[in-house]
Ligand binder design. Structure first.
Ligand SMILES: [Zn+2]
Length: 433
């Protein structure tokens, strides 16, 4: 029939399109990565790309490089030999860069994906640095960031003490690695809207340069949060600000979040951030704390499945008894014991993610705060009692015999009536037994 013919035709065109896109994909081997990327030809006789003259990408990362475009020896992504001897194109990705050929003034920039033709026979010098701020002091950086943010949206920089702590522990004191002083977040309902938002930001009609583009939906970020991160450069203030786009279902931002107890993960992070452990016991708990935080983020961002929880009464950690507030606050393991205990007592999740976070937190509490051998909850305690009782009973012959003669009684929600119909109704006159 005609319909069938049409669908066969459609199949054929689909297949042709597939072949075409495959062929298009085949013309390049390798991919671009942060830093310097050089595209050229491999001349290793044993390399498949050389046989069919495919262009390959050599990734050099951040740094400096000088070369004559037709006398190079870069690493081929296919055969792993240093046989890429002719370079035709350079792309800088997520970097501050400069490029110059023999005798020319260097061309500088920080566009996140900047492509340059490499001419045959010329000598080139390329530099690429990881994106960094250009401030002369933290105050300078804050002033620039605030000025830049008024262009985007009015806001004030947050708690400076916390900022200093973050710079000290996360960036070894280097304030020029900080980008979230001026930052804003875009919350989207679904992945399609998020893609659109990112595309709008990358549009070059605005007064800023997109300098770094990182997609943490496909690959996991350090914290496992799922977001699209873009660093924007505002030439007027010589400063970078950060834009993060994420889905509403993943955010823990107050006022927008749908996650129960949204502050938990951030408080947990704040408690362990500055922790420098001094002994192996602390070190083990610190590692477990980091892992637990990652697990909580995995749940929030749907990297892992949810878990079931049951009602359990949490028992107070014995190490906290007779300790003053000052003693607890001066010792991170005690502080964590107190924090997690309080959380487990007050957090009563009802939704899937909340429950999964609770279970993760409880597992951490049971293993690293209380210790595996001791009960962490009333349920654990009851289980221990039950086991102890079972053992006692097995040892007691009199009880064991009594148990053998024990007649189980079935409870009904209707009363026993003293007639002959009772056999059918399956009720018992308790007085008879
Ligand atoms: Zn090769």
């Amino acid at each position: 029939t005609k319909e069938n013919e049409e669908s066969t035709k459609n199949e054929e065109t689909k297949q042709k399109e597939n072949i075409l896109t495959k062929e298009e994909g085949k013309t390049e081997v390798g991919e671009i990565k942060p830093g310097i990327n050089l595209q050229g030809y491999c001349t290793n006789a044993d390399c498949l790309t050389a046989k069919i003259k495919l262009l390959v990408w050599a990734n050099l990362g951040f740094g400096d490089v000088s070369f004559a475009s037709d006398k190079t020896s870069f690493c081929c992504p296919a055969c792993k030999q240093t046989t890429v001897t002719l370079v035709v194109k350079a792309i800088f990705f997520n970097s501050e860069y400069s490029i110059s050929f023999f005798g020319s003034t260097p061309m500088k920039g920080n566009y996140y994906q900047s492509s340059h033709r490499i001419n045959s026979g010329l000598s080139y010098q390329l530099k690429a640095r990881k994106i960094k701020q250009h401030a002369t002091s933290l105050e300078d950086l804050i002033a620039r960031s605030e000025a830049a943010m008024t262009m985007v949206k009015p806001s004030k920089v947050g708690d400076k003490a916390r900022l200093l702590e973050k710079i000290r522990y996360d960036y070894n004191g280097d304030y020029n690695q900080v980008f979230n002083i001026g930052s804003f977040t875009i919350l989207c309902d679904n992945p399609t809207k998020l893609q659109a938002a990112v595309a709008v930001m990358k549009d070059d009609r605005f007064n800023f340069t997109v300098s770094e583009d990182e997609d943490f939906f496909q690959r996991q970020s350090k914290t496992h949060y799922k977001f699209h991160n873009i660093k924007l450069y505002l030439p007027k203030y010589d400063v970078y600000i950060e834009m993060q786009a994420t889905l509403k279902s993943f955010t823990t931002l107050q006022g927008y979040t749908v996650i129960e107890n949204p502050k938990l993960s951030h408080l947990f992070y704040e408690h362990i951030q500055a922790w420098k452990s001094t002994n192996s016991e602390d070190e083990e708990m610190k590692k477990a704390s980091d892992k637990t935080l990652t697990k909580i983020n995995d749940i929030i961002c749907e990297w892992i499945d949810d878990k079931e929880i049951h009602n359990i009464g949490i028992l107070k950690p014995p190490q906290l008894s007779k300790k003053s507030e000052a003693e607890i606050n001066g010792n991170i393991p005690l502080k964590m014991a107190h924090f997690v205990y309080e959380q487990l007592c007050t957090f009563a999740p009802e939704k899937k993610k909340g429950k999964a976070i609770y279970v993760t937190l409880y597992e951490y509490y049971k293993k690293y705060v209380i210790g595996d051998k001791y009960p962490a909850s009333c349920a654990d305690f009851a289980l221990l009692l039950q086991e102890a009782r079972k053992q006692e009973m097995e040892e007691d012959i009199a009880i064991a015999q009594a148990l053998e003669t024990y007649i189980p009684l079935q409870a009904n929600n209707y009363p026993h009536i003293d007639t002959n119909d009772n056999e059918k109704q399956e009720t018992f006159d308790c007085y008879q037994y």
